[in-house]
Design a binder for this molecule. Structure first.
Ligand SMILES: O=C(O)CCC(=O)C(=O)O
Ligand SMILES: [Fe+2]
Length: 164
């Protein structure tokens, strides 16, 4: 597990850039205090063969747990790797259209950094190697606003997550 996490961090570390959020126009990306992390994207089709191979191994686990196929552009976004430094946070938002990630892979954070769901009084603490999964969309196709969530500021340590 540590080896895989180090590999993902290693590939991401040098291409991290300040995270953006979707602007008024859904095709635009803007920088905002709403989200103060850095992130990058690791694509299934990356030109690096080792990365492609490792991503396939990791992503092959997702359908075994969720029954959702996350391979290829038609099924899921690339793996989004994000890093939060001290104070880094993501204010409450929903992930459905135009974003659609629904799985998180977290690492240990010394203090702060929980993912909170204020409408259902739930919090998920970042633990290295664990994932949180939820459905943004109900079975009948409607969006579920109860999935509103945010990343609390990191108070001590650093937080890495991978979203799919
Ligand atoms: O950092 C977190 O805990 C939440 C991240 C998040 O909600 C997202 O990337 O969409
Ligand atoms: Fe989110």
């Amino acid at each position: 597990m540590n080896q895989e996490i180090n590999l993902i961090k290693g590939y991401s570390r040098f291409s991290l850039e300040r995270s953006a959020v979707i602007g008024k126009n859904i095709t635009s990306a803007v920088l905002s205090d709403v989200r103060t992390s850095q992130n990058t994207w690791l694509d299934d089709n990356d030109q690096d063969e080792k990365l492609r191979h490792k991503l396939k191994i990791i992503m092959d686990r997702v359908p075994r747990i969720t029954r959702l196929n996350v391979h290829g552009k038609n099924n899921s976004e690339a793996l989004q790797v994000a890093n939060y430094g001290i104070g880094g946070h993501y204010s409450p938002h929903v992930d459905y259209f135009p974003e659609d990630p629904n799985r998180k892979k977290l690492n240990d954070v010394k203090r702060g950094g929980a993912t909170v769901f204020p409408r259902i009084d739930a919090a998920v603490w970042p633990r290295k190697g664990s994932a949180a999964f939820w459905y943004n969309i109900r079975k009948n196709g409607t969006k579920d606003p109860m999935t509103l969530h945010g990343g609390c500021p990191v108070l001590h340590g650093t937080k890495w997550i991978g979203n799919k």
